[in-house]
Design a protein around this ligand. Structure first.
Ligand SMILES: [Zn+2]
Length: 308
């Protein structure tokens, strides 16, 4: 009986381990990787890692782009990198103002890893941090109590800066507003790899938030397209070529601006606009379409009304 009880306990343990959340490592191109979190909603089980971060293995060490939502998530990121390379993480680059792109910073900062970000990004992180922490607390209360916001100590007061590690060139760029006004991207010109952060959502529908500047976001997307990226590590979803980013994000931003703008030219009310545009099957493949699409039309209407 004892042996049987032990076996049941063991099976339960194995079962739990099998369900444990893991980041999916995707090789993008030589020495460039995406760590893809949950495409669905954030939860305590996924450590609020419903986003994608990435890293580059250079001869001089690892450049990590994004640090997760909590120190626990940051450790998972570190462990996923260690499976790929024994090289140390040399830099953490912040390209996002949203919690899951930077609230794991303290884990790496405590190990002496420099945190690098543009001033705009740091200012935007500070602006939203209290709100983000209180929202995170509802999702993963025990983890969030351990979060100590750690900002880039020497933020870069420019919109474009060249960085080099291990002979590999990077550009940290602000193309204009995006999901948040202070978001940025990390561009690898030789490899034509774009770490786009939340300028690009693959596989799931982007959310136009009350703080998202829709028109600058659309213009930023066009600027990023002009770089002619070959590969994209998005803020959410799987790594991809540019065509997919165009389909899942660029086309949708263009569509929202054009269709909602047209409805306003025709003096349509907001409710009628939402109803008339609610069916957009070309974007129906995106996760959260059912929950987000109508909301996005509504918020686009309000944004365009205030900013046209
Ligand atoms: Zn995000």
């Amino acid at each position: 009986m004892l042996a049987r009880g032990f076996l049941v306990a063991l099976l339960l343990l194995v079962g739990t381990a099998a369900q444990a959340f893991a980041l999916k490592t995707e090789k993008v191109t030589e020495n460039v990787y995406a760590l893809v979190g949950e495409i669905g909603p954030r939860s305590a089980e996924n450590h609020a890692l419903n986003n994608t971060v990435g890293f580059v293995v250079t001869p001089g060490g690892v450049v990590l782009v994004g640090s997760g939502a909590t120190p626990v998530g940051a450790k998972l990121i570190e462990q996923s990198i260690a499976v790929v390379t024994p090289k140390p993480i040399r830099w953490v680059v912040n390209i996002g103002a949203q919690d899951h792109h930077w609230l794991g910073n303290s884990y790496f900062a405590a190990k002496g890893v420099p945190i690098i970000a543009l001033s705009r990004t740091v200012a935007e992180q500070k602006k939203h941090v209290d709100d983000h922490l209180s929202r995170l607390k509802q999702v993963a209360p025990t983890e969030v109590d351990a979060v100590k916001p750690a900002y880039a100590p020497d933020p870069i007061d420019k919109d474009r800066v060249e960085l080099k590690l291990g002979g590999i060139d990077f550009e940290l760029l602000w193309p204009g507003g995006g999901h948040f006004s202070g978001d940025a991207v990390l561009w690898m010109p030789a490899q034509r790899v774009l770490f786009s952060g939340d300028y690009i959502f693959n596989d799931r529908m982007l959310g136009v938030q009350p703080y998202s500047p829709l028109l600058p976001w659309q213009q930023s997307f066009h600027k990023l397209a002009a770089l002619k990226p070959r590969w994209v590590v998005p803020g959410h979803g799987h790594a991809s070529d540019w065509a997919k980013a165009q389909r899942d994000t660029g086309d949708y931003l263009d569509w929202l601006v054009k269709e909602v703008g047209k409805a306003q030219e025709d003096w349509k009310e907001i409710g009628d606009t939402v109803n008339d545009l609610a069916d957009a099957p070309q974007f129906g493949h995106l996760q959260f379409y059912d929950g987000w699409h109508r909301k996005n039309i509504n918020r686009s209407y309000l944004y365009l009304e205030a900013n046209q």
